[in-house]
Ligand binder design. Structure first.
Ligand code: ADP
Length: 363
């Protein structure tokens, strides 16, 4: 059978292990030899021990674990052609020309560049005598399929990325704990949640925690937000509300692009309302822990489909990313989705929020 390599890359997220597990087992079921590459592109460039032939049992007892058991890394060498050439050599040496990449839009972009350069890289390796003519012929195409792991849900083209649902659970648990003390003491709590380029986590947690105010990258508040926020807190307090929660996404800003941080919000409340508030920055608490039931099944569905897709691929197949659309697992062209994601990020940076929202779709 054919060999297929599976690796995780970029920021880790819960569910990556479930996707790895499903990919490995589906590959074996279909008669292929799966390899796991440790430490993402770094392992692919370095070769050696980083390539692990996977057995059925290699992926036992991992579906619930956060992070990724095979490691993830950022790899500067892979950003350079020389690094990618080393990676190509390491793959061809092991008869691998099919890749399942589990990562964010950066990792998927890298995979696509690699795919486009692939035959040229093989030509050079052949000219240098590092691979044989037969290898060059047999592995002339690189087949790439992406699965998106990201807690921010910041990828265009899928209803949900792997890890976002678990992150929502972590944030909800944290807010519930905070809410009980806040309620007892009539406190104002300001929470920072992840989401540099996407307000998904902030928006959802804003609704499910009955937050008073949400600051997220796609919807900067009116410039008089200081007054509006304080008036609201004042009014709700007078109406008997004991608990106040304000959610701030990492990437929140005002209409001029000036960051809105938890410290700034705290200062505004102190200056205008003369009231103390408490800040909680959830940070990496949101990333890890036990994987939610939903992320486990989403990861299984995507991981299995990715291997089927990569084993079906021929020289003419457009590289795809496996996504969730209306609760169905689908394949869509990888580069279209990556380009849309990058365009949404650019739109956000340049202050074109409507465009960012239009590109990303409604949560
Ligand atoms: P994510 O996949 O979570 O978006 P990064 O953007 O950090 O994370 O990408 C992870 C790795 O993917 C990088 O460290 C690099 O090795 C590789 N990569 C990202 N972008 C490119 C690119 N344009 N060309 C080649 N490799 C890339």
């Amino acid at each position: 059978g054919q060999s297929v390599a599976i690796f995780t890359s970029g920021g880790d997220s819960c569910g990556m292990n479930g996707a790895l597990r499903a990919s490995v087992r589906m590959a074996i079921y279909l008669g292929s030899q799966p390899y796991m590459i440790r430490e993402g592109y770094q392992g692919m460039v370095e070769g050696g021990e980083h390539f692990v032939k996977a057995k059925w049992s290699s992926v036992s007892s991992i579906i619930h674990l956060g992070g990724t058991i095979i490691g993830s890394a950022r790899c500067a060498e892979f950003m350079q052609r020389e690094g990618r050439k080393k990676a190509a050599f390491n793959l061809v040496q092991r008869d691998i020309n099919r890749l399942v990449v589990i990562g964010g839009d950066g990792s998927l972009t890298g995979a696509n560049i690699f795919r486009q350069e692939w035959s040229g890289l093989l030509d050079e390796l052949l000219a240098e005598g590092k691979i044989t003519t037969q290898q060059r012929e047999k592995y002339v195409d690189l087949h790439v399929v992406g699965v998106v792991g990201s807690i921010d849900n910041d990828f265009c083209g899928t209803d949900l990325t792997i890890g976002a649902n678990t992150a929502l659970h972590r944030i909800t648990e944290a807010i519930d704990s905070i809410a009980s003390t806040a309620y007892s003491h009539k406190r104002i709590f300001i929470l920072e949640v992840m989401g540099r380029r996407c307000g998904f986590l902030a928006m959802i947690t804003g609704i499910i925690s009955e937050a008073d105010y949400v600051f997220c990258p796609e919807a900067p508040p009116p410039m008089d937000w200081h007054d509006r926020l304080c008036e609201k807190l004042q009014k709700e307090g007078e109406g008997g509300q004991r608990l106040h929660i304000i959610i701030v996404a990492e990437g929140a800003s005002d209409l001029n692009g000036e960051p809105i941080t938890v410290e700034i919000v705290k200062k505004v409340i102190l200056d205008k309302l003369k009231r103390e508030s408490r800040i909680t920055v959830l940070g990496h608490v949101q990333r890890g822990g036990a994987t939610s039931a939903y992320d486990r099944i989403l990861a299984c569905r995507m991981g299995a489909e990715a291997v089927v897709a990569v084993l079906e691929a021929t020289g003419n197949t457009t590289p795809v990313v496996v996504v969730l659309t209306n609760n169905q697992i689908e394949r869509i062209p990888l580069m279209g989705a990556v380009e849309r994601t990058q365009a949404a990020n650019e739109a956000l940076k340049s202050g074109d929020w409507a465009k960012a929202i239009a590109l990303r779709g409604v949560f």
